[in-house]
Design a protein around this ligand. Structure first.
Ligand code: CTP
Ligand code: MN
Ligand code: MN
Ligand code: MN
Length: 396
């Protein structure tokens, strides 16, 4: 006997770090809509609204079933009037007029295209739009001065728009591993970011590098970058040195979500593995991939890699490298695994519920007036009074 009036009610904790959010999203239409409004708010310098939409989307991502009616949402946290209106519109009319309007708006479309260029943030895009620039073509014609990152971003725009696959991430992982071990034997690399959370694709590939002996990692990044450059693997890189000082950035300063590790934002040149049967040599696809990149060390320029009349056999991929001393490794690992909202919620939980300051470097307990050491993510969760959530369930 089925009760027609029966309503499935969901119960969800309000902090995303108290929830297990897998990639198995049962409400993609609703979460895509809210994420689009979040993105629009972030691109419009309305971060508060952006976070509100992100939190609302994250609550729906944590539900075990598709939502079929707004009554099911009663009592759920983080769903403000605005988000509820959007959800109701979609459930009742199949679409949200606000989302559809935003998607179609010239302003949003221009912001998306321009901030889609690596090195271009919302402020720059805003300025260009005010100058009448709405497209890549208009940007190229405008005579605007582009910095080195933006030039590389524009040059590799189409490649960088293409999602990075796990196979590509693994291929890059092997190259980074070879680079790191060549310049510092014993150094270790860990895949972080979305791929560590089990995502099948990403907008980039993120790696954390450390060495089991404290201090051995100092100065590592420039050496890794030189190695990669000498082998022709880099189309662009910008290295920032470590600027973290416990004394200066510790308890006196609020926890920042911008960390101070030595890091490198780069664009890799990843050669395509040749398709089976089309290879002229004895090389495995991976060797062929390496050789194609190595041949670039002579600096022939990208256009020369196109076989006569054929298409080029490499593509540009965004890669982030971060170096952490082993004493901060667990914090760096936790801070760089994401998702961005999960990280934000961890810091909010630490600050508001535990009077602690969490960063990608350390955890400070304001009650005890001391840093809490940790050598694993599990220990950090324990310090924070949280049940351990594995990376695959941090997809808030
Ligand atoms: N991060 C950070 N500081 C930055 C950039 C990123 O601490 N300047 C952290 C983010 O908080 C996130 C992780 O690094 O936890 C990965 O960021 P990003 O690559 O932007 O996101 P992903 O989750 O990996 O998503 P995608 O697959 O789109 O790359
Ligand atoms: Mn399920
Ligand atoms: Mn990433
Ligand atoms: Mn990244």
């Amino acid at each position: 006997q089925i009760d027609e009036e029966e309503v499935v009610a969901f119960s969800v904790p309000s902090y995303a770090c108290l929830r297990r959010t897998t990639l198995d999203n049962h409400n993609p239409v609703l979460t895509d809509a809210l994420s689009l409004l979040a993105e629009n708010a972030e691109l419009s310098d309305e971060d508060g609204r952006g976070v509100a939409f992100r939190r609302a989307a994250a609550v729906l991502k944590a539900l075990p079933e598709p939502v079929t009616g707004v009554t099911q949402l009663r009592g759920l946290p983080c769903l403000g009037g605005h988000s509820l209106r959007v959800i109701r519109d979609i459930l009742e009319n199949g679409a949200s007029s606000e989302v559809e309007f935003t998607k179609q708006s010239e302003r949003f479309k221009a912001l998306k295209v321009l901030t889609g260029i690596f090195g271009v943030g919302a402020k720059t895009a805003e300025r260009w739009i005010r100058d009448g620039i709405h497209s890549l073509h208009q940007l190229q014609e405008s005579g605007q001065t582009l910095n080195r990152a933006q030039q590389a971003g524009l040059e590799h725009y189409d490649d960088l728009k293409q999602p990075v696959t796990k196979a590509e991430a693994d291929a890059i992982g092997e190259i980074v591993e070879e680079a790191v071990v060549s310049v510092l034997p014993g150094a270790q690399i860990t895949l972080i970011g979305g791929f560590r959370r089990g995502k099948l694709t990403g907008h980039d590939v993120d790696f954390l590098i450390t060495h089991p002996e404290e201090g051995r990692e100092v100065g590592l990044m420039p050496k890794v970058v030189s190695w990669l450059e000498s082998q022709g693997f880099l189309l662009y890189q910008k290295t920032t040195r470590n600027s973290y000082l416990e004394a200066k950035d510790g308890p006196a300063r609020p926890p920042s979500n911008i960390d101070r590790f030595e890091r490198c934002f780069s664009i890799f040149k990843l050669a395509e593995a040749e398709k089976r049967g089309t290879m002229q040599t004895e090389n495995t696809p991976e060797d062929t991939c390496r050789l194609a990149a190595h041949s670039q060390a002579t600096d022939e320029g990208p256009q020369r890699t196109k076989p006569a009349g054929g298409r080029r056999r490499w593509r540009a991929v965004r890669v982030d490298l971060v170096v952490s001393p082993i004493s901060q490794f667990a914090f760096a690992l936790l801070g760089w695994t994401g998702s961005k909202l999960f990280e934000r919620e961890l810091r909010r939980w630490a600050g508001h519920e535990k009077a602690m300051s969490l960063s990608s470097h350390a955890l400070y307990d304001n009650n005890q007036g001391r840093y809490l050491r940790a050598t694993s993510e599990e220990e950090i969760f324990t310090h924070l009074g949280l049940e351990y959530i594995p990376p695959s369930e941090r997809n808030a």
